[in-house]
Design a protein around this ligand. Structure first.
Ligand code: SF4
Ligand code: SF4
Length: 399
């Protein structure tokens, strides 16, 4: 196993982390015996960073992790878990949820604790609820160790959050299609420049970079003459970055786990040759040829006076047309753009005032493009799906 060092505490973390958000299931529930076998086998192979969160598998992920870490496995790993801002209305909620997480995990300490899925709105909300008071009190009490956050917002907000606290680590979405999206390469480099360890999530973009590839992307890999799988190409591309500490993979298949562990062994920083980087660049170009709006996510157009989250609308619209599961994309659009509070940010809210157009360096006809986003993502199917997504995101979980 390859290990990379967390700059602020010296921890040697396995460059491959086990993401427990897509554990193997059977009849709609986690196949516990199989999940425990997979987690322990990965730990036996050197994986020492396990990532879970309050909503994963509706709370069952934390519990299964707790079971997997009995029999001496707990001492061999670092657990990462997250505070779900959408479940928080007060400081008391933070304490209650953390205590529940500790009970589910059967541990008295979560080594790496994150504010889950921050963007501009949730960041402002948590900061207003004394989240730093909570984090520091929980750390002083020994309930949590290192402090961090996971992120799905725009680059400007990412910098703001990085600068707001002495974080040990952060978690960003990063892969060869997301260099210009969300925190992006700029965010990765900025966090690393501040000695913040960077944990990468969605290295395979929910699986779309590993399976069900468009024909022209597969042809790029075939023409390279290499026997590497698409997943291996995508993972190596990330590990090639010296700024990356851990790459999380949401694993549930024994063959994939073994392949990822094998790949990780020698995928050191700088592992790709120029020719190999060109192969990935060509695959990325093929995917990007399907992109509908050339938005770089810079957020210069923000804020919109009518509340539209313009870069996020374009991100999900492009994702919708690039391959992968459209239902999943719609679900993320509902959760992250429409939301469930009084501040939706979806495309249909655009009133064509034109303010954003003047600010966009890409010259995008934003109101016209938002109409197309609205047509594809704000329609009847979205209205039908919203209650289901809300139930999955917000239902109060059993202990
Ligand atoms: S044109 Fe639409 S998206 Fe742009 S600022 Fe005006 S209302 Fe917002
Ligand atoms: S629409 Fe233009 S200004 Fe707004 S995030 Fe995209 S590229 Fe930047």
């Amino acid at each position: 196993m390859q290990y990379r060092t967390v700059p602020k505490n010296g921890d040697a973390l396995s460059a491959l982390g086990f993401g427990a958000m897509r554990l193997p299931t059977r009849f709609g529930r986690i196949d516990e015996a199989r999940a425990v076998r997979q987690l322990r086998s990965a730990i036996d192979s050197g994986v020492n960073y396990l990532d879970t969160a309050y909503p994963y598998h509706n709370g069952e992920s934390e519990k299964v992790l707790g079971k997997a870490l009995r029999d001496g496995y707990r001492e061999r790993v670092k657990i990462a878990d997250k505070l779900p801002h959408w479940q928080i209305k007060s400081r008391e909620d933070m304490d209650r949820i953390l205590d529940l997480q500790l009970r589910r995990l059967q541990t008295d300490r979560i080594d790496y604790y994150l504010l889950h899925s921050l963007d501009a709105k949730s960041w402002k909300k948590l900061a207003g609820l004394d989240v730093f008071g909570f984090l520091e009190a929980a750390r002083d009490a020994g309930k949590i160790g290192n402090l961090g956050f996971s992120f799905h917002g725009d680059r400007k907000t990412f910098r703001e959050i990085v600068d707001a606290y002495d974080w040990t680590f952060c978690q960003i979405q990063y892969n060869f299609l997301d260099e210009e999206n969300q925190a992006g390469r700029e965010g990765l480099e900025y966090a690393a420049s501040k000695d913040i360890a960077v944990i990468v999530m969605e290295p395979l973009r929910g699986g779309m970079l590993a399976a069900g590839l468009p024909k022209d992307v597969q042809e790029v890999y075939d023409a390279s003459g290499s026997a590497r799988s698409p997943a291996e190409w995508a993972l190596r591309w990330i590990w090639d970055h010296p700024e990356v500490t851990v790459v999380l993979s949401g694993m549930n298949d024994e063959a994939h786990i073994a392949e990822n562990i094998r790949t990780c062994e020698d995928a050191l920083p700088g592992c790709l040759s120029d020719a190999e980087r060109a192969v990935v660049d060509a695959a990325a170009a093929s995917y990007k040829s399907r992109i509908r709006v050339n938005c770089t996510g810079c957020a210069y157009c923000m804020p919109c006076p009518f509340g539209v989250n313009i870069p996020q609308c374009f991100h999900f619209y492009n994702q919708y047309h690039m391959g992968g599961s459209r239902m999943l994309t719609r679900g993320f659009y509902i959760a992250q753009v429409i939301g469930f509070d009084d501040h939706p940010a979806n495309a249909s809210l655009c009133r064509s005032c034109g303010k954003c157009v003047r600010a966009c360096p890409q010259g995008i006809a934003i109101p016209d493009e938002l109409q197309k986003v609205s047509r594809d993502l704000d329609g009847f199917s979205t209205k039908l799906m919203k209650p289901l997504v809300k139930m999955l995101m917000t239902r109060r979980q059993k202990e």
